[in-house]
Design a protein around this ligand. Structure first.
Ligand code: NI
Length: 212
């Protein structure tokens, strides 16, 4: 800490300015440290493909595209490829969902052991009816899940999925920023690993082929 020289009573301003400057620097450091920590929680999953397995995923109760209440337990005995997104997404979501479906198609008969799932991060607009129209566009086996904002917040927290409204022009045309990982859940309901948005259908198919 710099100490303002007390004898220099005629020039208190620069000292105060220096102190204020120091506070600003400290504040920036605190913001950076906190921000880095938060970023690690959301995006630092890179290094924990299996090490952090126990802390990703968990129980959920949601509504499927036919309006039925479903929980994670309804998927026991099947593998799940879980993707979080929203039906109004212009690019990443359709690309990822089509990619996941391509990967399952590459597995042939083995692919039926895996249920591809879309969990909406836009519960306000993604009604079961809207999801129904959307999922059949990709694959008859794609399951669309939505729920109350509270239910979605809970499942997103369990999967450490980041999502936030963005680019809002009016009430109806907002976009949602969201993380775009696909999570592989085993038949016992436990997280196995995730696939990045950049992973190719072949990479995913190869990995699933090893596991199934
Ligand atoms: Ni998206």
């Amino acid at each position: 800490m710099t100490k303002a020289p007390r004898s220099n009573a005629k020039k208190p301003e620069p000292a105060r300015r220096r102190f204020n400057g120091l506070l600003v620097v400290l504040a920036v450091v605190v913001v950076l440290v906190v921000g880095f920590g938060a970023a690690q929680v959301y995006f630092g999953l890179n290094g924990v493909e299996s090490a952090g397995a126990a802390r990703i995923g968990g129980p959920f109760t949601l509504i499927d595209q036919d309006g039925r209440t479903v929980s994670d337990k309804d998927f026991r005995g099947k593998w799940m490829l879980v993707y979080f997104g929203f039906t109004f997404c212009p690019d990443i979501c359709p690309t990822s969902l089509a990619r996941n479906d391509d990967a399952l198609a590459m597995l042939g008969d083995k692919g039926v052991k895996v249920v591809p799932v879309l969990i909406s991060v836009d519960p306000e607009r993604d009604t079961p009816e809207r999801l129904k129209d959307y999922v059949k566009f990709f694959s008859p086996r794609l399951v669309g899940l939505t729920g109350s904002p509270q239910q979605i917040a809970e499942v997103a927290r369990e999967y450490r999925v980041y999502y936030a409204k963005a680019g809002q022009k009016d009430d109806a045309t907002y976009l949602i920023d969201h993380s775009a990982l696909t999570y592989l859940i085993g038949p016992d309901g436990r997280f196995v690993q995730f696939f990045r948005a950049q992973a190719s259908p072949q990479e995913i198919a190869d990995r699933l082929n090893e596991l199934l």
